[in-house]
Ligand binder design. Structure first.
Ligand SMILES: Cc1cc2nc3c(=O)[nH]c(=O)nc-3n(C[C@H](O)[C@H](O)[C@H](O)COP(=O)(O)OP(=O)(O)OC[C@H]3O[C@@H](n4cnc5c(N)ncnc54)[C@H](O)[C@@H]3O)c2cc1C
Length: 388
C-alpha cells in the first residue's frame, strides 16, 4: 500500500503533481539557489500556479482546500525538494487558518481571496529579541487611541517578512492584564510607515527565504485590524494556529528525512568497498533500516495527528508529538546520511550537507522540542493519560 492511498483520487493527483514539480523543476536547481542564497522567485510563482498558497482557503474565498493529511504530504514533497519552499508556504497557511477560524467576515473577504492565489503572502510574527518560548512575556505593545492602535516593539526571526504583505502580529493590547495572556491580541498588519524590516539574519540553512528583524515605531493599524474584532483573544488564537504550524514543521522534517534516506539508499547501492556495494556491509544496511523505520513511524504519527485535526479535535499534544518525533528523526537520518556518504556527505557538491544544515531548524522552529515536551506532559496530565 502506498502512503497516498489514504487520500481521495483527487488529492492523490495533487500530491503527484507537486512531486513532479519537485523532480522536474526544483531538484535540478536547488543546489545553485541554496549556495547563492537566492530567493526562488520562479519556483514560488509556479507554486502559486499550482494552488499551493490556497490549500487552506475554502472554495468560496477562491482556494482549493485539501484535507490535513493531504496538506502534510504536499509539504513533505516540497521539503523533499527544498525545505525552504515548504517554509515559504508554512506561516502563510497558519495565517489562512487563523483568518478562517477567528477572522470577521470582512477580514476573510479582505485577505483570503488574494492569499489563495499567493498575490498576498502572509507570515506570523511572534518571536522577539527577548525570547520566543515564553510568548506571554512579549513586549510589543499596541495602544488604542481614537484612530486605532499605535504599535511599538520589535520582532525577530520573522520568515518571509520582507515579501509577505500580511503579518499576523502577536502583541499586547493590555500590558497590565493578569494573567498576561488575556492582554494579548493578534493584529493583521501590513507594511507601512513605522514598520521597518531592519535586518536579514544570517543562517546555517533555510537559505533563499528571508528571516528578518522587524521594528515597530509609532506604527499604526486601524481598530478593525484586531483578528476577530475582539481584543485579548490572540494568545488562544495563536496556540490554535500553531497546531497547524507544528504539523507543517513535522511534515517539513519528513521531507528532509526522506530526501536524505533516498539519496543514501541510491548511494549505498552504487558505492563499493571491499568488493561489494556498501549497503551489504551490515553497519550501513542497519543505518538504512533504522532510517526507513523511524521515517515511517514519524510519517504515521504526523498523519495520525493530521486526521485528528480534521476530526475537529484539539491536537496540541498530537501535533507536538509529531513535530518532536519527526524533527529528531530528520536530524538523525541526516547525520546517518553524512556517515553513509563518507567524504561526499561533507561536500557542498552533494545535497546531503544541506539536509544536515536544514534539519535542526525543525527542532527549534514553531516552538522548540523542549517546549513540545512541556505541552505533551501537561496534556497527558490534563487528559488523564494517553487513551483517556
Ligand atoms: C530560521 C528561523 C525561522 C523562524 N521563523 C519564525 C517566524 O516566522 N515567526 C516567529 O515568530 N518566529 C520564528 N522563528 C523563531 C522560533 O520560533 C524561536 O527561535 C523559537 O520559538 C525559540 O525561541 P528562542 O530562539 O527565543 O529561544 P528561547 O525561548 O530563548 O529558548 C532558549 C532555550 O531554552 C529552552 N527553554 C525555554 N523555555 C523553556 C521551558 N519552559 N522549558 C524547557 N526549556 C525551555 C528552549 O527550548 C531553548 O532550548 C524562527 C527561527 C528560526 C531559527
Amino acid at each position: 500500500m502506498s502512503t497516498l492511498d489514504i487520500l481521495s483520487e483527487d488529492e492523490q493527483f495533487i500530491v503527484r503533481t507537486v512531486r513532479d514539480f519537485v523532480d522536474k523543476d526544483v531538484r535540478p536547481v536547488v543546489r545553485e539557489l541554496e549556495h547563492t542564497d537566492t530567493y526562488p522567485e520562479a519556483l514560488i510563482d509556479r507554486m502559486k500556479e499550482l494552488g499551493v498558497f490556497g490549500l487552506a482557503v475554502p472554495q468560496e474565498y477562491g482556494g482549493t482546500p485539501v484535507s490535513t493529511p493531504c496538506y502534510v504530504l504536499i509539504t513533505e514533497e516540497l521539503a523533499r525538494g527544498w525545505m525552504s519552499l515548504a517554509g515559504a508556504m508554512g506561516g502563510h497557511t497558519v495565517v489562512a487558518k487563523l483568518l478562517l477560524h477567528f477572522g470577521t467576515e470582512e477580514q476573510k473577504r479582505r485577505y483570503l481571496p488574494r492569499m489563495a492565489t499567493g498575490e498576498v503572502r502572509a507570515t506570523m510574527a511572534l518571536t522577539e529579541p527577548g525570547g520566543g518560548s515564553d510568548l506571554q512575556a512579549i513586549r510589543t505593545v499596541a495602544r488604542k487611541d481614537a484612530d486605532g492602535y499605535v504599535v511599538d516593539g520589535a520582532k525577530t526571526w520573522i520568515t518571509n517578512s520582507r515579501r509577505s504583505r500580511l503579518i499576523a502580529l502577536l502583541c499586547k493590547t493590555d500590558p497590565e492584564a493578569s494573567p498576561a495572556h488575556r492582554g494579548i491580541s493578534v493584529l493583521l498588519a501590513e507594511h507601512g510607515p513605522g514598520l521597518t524590516v531592519s535586518r536579514d539574519l544570517p543562517k546555517l540553512g533555510y537559505k533563499g527565504v528571508e528571516s528578518c528583524e522587524l521594528s515597530f515605531e509609532d506604527y499604526r493599524v486601524p481598530a478593525d485590524a484586531v483578528l476577530g474584532g475582539v481584543e485579548g483573544k490572540g494568545f488562544a488564537q495563536m496556540m490554535k494556529g500553531l497546531e497547524t504550524g507544528r504539523l507543517q514543521v513535522a511534515a517539513r522534517a519528513l521531507g528532509v528525512g526522506r530526501a536524505a534516506l533516498e539519496d543514501s539508499l541510491a548511494y549505498a547501492q552504487e558505492r563499493e568497498s571491499f568488493g561489494k556495494p556498501i549497503w551489504q556491509h551490515q553497519s550501513i544496511g542497519n543505518h538504512l533500516a533504522d532510517m526507513a523505520t523511524s521515517l515511517t513511524a514519524a510519517r504515521q504519527l504526523t498523519l495520525y495527528a493530521a486526521r485528528e485535526a480534521d476530526a475537529g479535535r484539539r491536537v496540541d499534544m498530537e501535533a507536538g508529538m509529531a513535530k518532536l518525533f519527526a524533527s529528531e528523526t530528520a536530524m538523525q537520518i541526516a547525520l546517518n546520511a553524512v556517515r553513509i556518504h563518507g567524504a561526499y556527505g561533507y561536500s557542498t557538491e552533494f545535497d546531503v550537507e544541506r539536509y544536515f544544515r536544514d534539519a535542526p531548524l525543525m527542532i527549534v522552529g514553531e516552538g522548540t522540542n523542549e517546549i513540545q515536551r512541556n505541552v505533551i506532559a501537561a496534556q497527558l496530565v490534563k487528559r488523564g493519560g494517553l487513551d483517556a
